[in-house]
Design a protein around this ligand. Sequence first.
Ligand SMILES: Cc1ncc(C[n+]2csc(CCOP(=O)(O)OP(=O)(O)O)c2C)c(N)n1
Length: 638
Amino acid sequence: MENILDRIESPDDVKQLSIPELEQLAAEIREELISVLSINGGHLGPNLCVVELTIAMHYVFNTPADHFLFDVSHQTYVHKLLTGRRKQFRTIRTPGGLNGFMLRTESPHDCYGAGHAGTALSAALGMAVARDQMGGKEHVVAVAGDAAFTCGITYEALNNIAHHTKRMLVVLNDNKWSIDKNVGAIASYLNKIVTNPKYEYLQEQAGKFVEKLAGKGALLMARRAEEAAKSMLLPSVIFEELGLKYYGPLDGHEIGTLIKTFEFLKTQERPILLHVLTQKGRGFEPALQKQKKFHGLGPFDPETGETKPLSQRTYSEVFADTMVKLANVNPKVVTITAAMPNGTGLDRFRQHHPSKYFDVGIAEEHAVLFAAGLAVNGMKPFCTIYSTFLQRAFDPIVHDVCLQNLPVVFCMDRGGLSADDGPTHHGVFDISYLRSIPNIIHMVPKDEDELADMLFTAMHWEGPIAVRYPRGLGPGVPVKDVPKAIPVGKAELLEHGEQDRVAIFALGALVPMGQELAVRLGAEGISAAVINARFAKPIDTEMLEFYARGVDAIVTLEDHVLSGGFGSAVLEELNRLRIATPVVRIGWPDRFIEHGNQEALRLKYGVSVEAALQQLRPVLGLSAEQNAAPLPDRSLHS
Ligand SMILES: Cc1ncc(C[n+]2csc(CCOP(=O)(O)OP(=O)(O)O)c2C)c(N)n1
């Protein structure tokens, strides 16, 4: 059979197809998703889930004139395939290729970028109100998964929608899964709607209703549709109470029904919530069997779905195993995740201590406040949130935890560049945003064993304390059976010579880079001390002062933005001490870093030994190397 997907250059081509052809297109898209993602990795389950939904939306609406917003936007691969990016699709999530999320810079069809959950409804409302103000006619459609309805912001938007606009469509894509099983009262509530005995009847009615719609005169159609729609309504639906007309639940894999429903909804002058039921991983048996694993994953076997086992534990796994040990000996220890039990490793902890484990949904602000309350009443909460997602909880960290000096531990997984996920997920701001808050301690381990020691240290600390560690594998250092406490605010001297001319203060994952830099300097006859800085706050003033008074240059290395980061803390301290020793700071420049390969990005942006040497040479009076690499790209704009 002729391949339809290859002919799709824009949504206009989708509109030319018959229902059987659209169904064939759906099958081809699934094949393409499985084939490409088996090599590149990515969000397979969520995209297999929305194939028919996305096709139907593009069949009925007209992007870019109409606006589609997808919550998180990890489920927009199908949208990318239908909006002129089919030829580049094999590059998705690879350096220089398509991003795994919506990006305004990638296509005019991507009207709103995202990567964090819960933003779609508020932003869609803003776009709808802007349209109303300017007398526009376009449609605004927000697609949000059931887990987006565990986010507080989604309700803040729902509280406003009916008051501020007359026309906006929210599609609730309900597949019952967040990354793990969706949690909380709202998940049970949605389940109640779906398992309501009236549901089957309503499905039947929905079928008849859309049948009737076809081929009737517009006015009559709208009136009948209105009546039919009323009969589809379930009593006391929360969305109705909030002023949105509720339709559904509809089978989200029935292209024909979806198209007719969207065609009808398009004619309505009121805010609407359409509830569609979908299956995460639809069309790929391994993904249906393991929905959690196939939410997002690396390369896999396209036949079996198998992935290569890792040879060692990830940082997240070491974290979780350490937490099991700590909870074994300390009954006050509890762990909190905001919908990331597998990403953070806490699903391992849950098996051992189910009653000490709390998944609060995608609700980072709530997670921190909840931790504050636990701490007030004597518990020791380990609030485990990726560095990038903790940004959302800045105020509760300041106002609730730090101001009251509460003993909450912040465990920030994915501290550092997230590589292939890109700018929405890079965890490169946490030192800056935490360092400015009084009372908090900020730690960064150089390896897995030190992470365990820092968690142990945190358990005994009586105030707010944070630890960040990178995504994926560490150096593979064996972890002691029993962790030990680390003196707070003390760095670790790893290497030094008789007469060091340089002192390299390296933080966390960049300690090996510091060691390599020392070797390279040594080859040029320059002795350098290497210090594992360990603390971004408080920094080790004693060690810093000792070296700063004796060496010709200080180097700081961090997998973090330079603005306000560890190097800035060093500069501030030297300034306070009135020491003018030059400081070469290595970290990420003041711009958003695109997705890509970690090593390549480090080289490109000067988070490298080469970049450090290049900046050190003039300071140390060394001649520039011949054929020296060009200065890294530090411009503000790409
Ligand atoms: C603020 C924030 N916290 C956590 C995440 C991690 N995350 C990405 S997708 C996802 C679950 C999304 O579930 P749902 O919205 O139901 O969509 P589905 O993947 O099931 O289609 C989570 C928790 C995030 N993107 N943003």
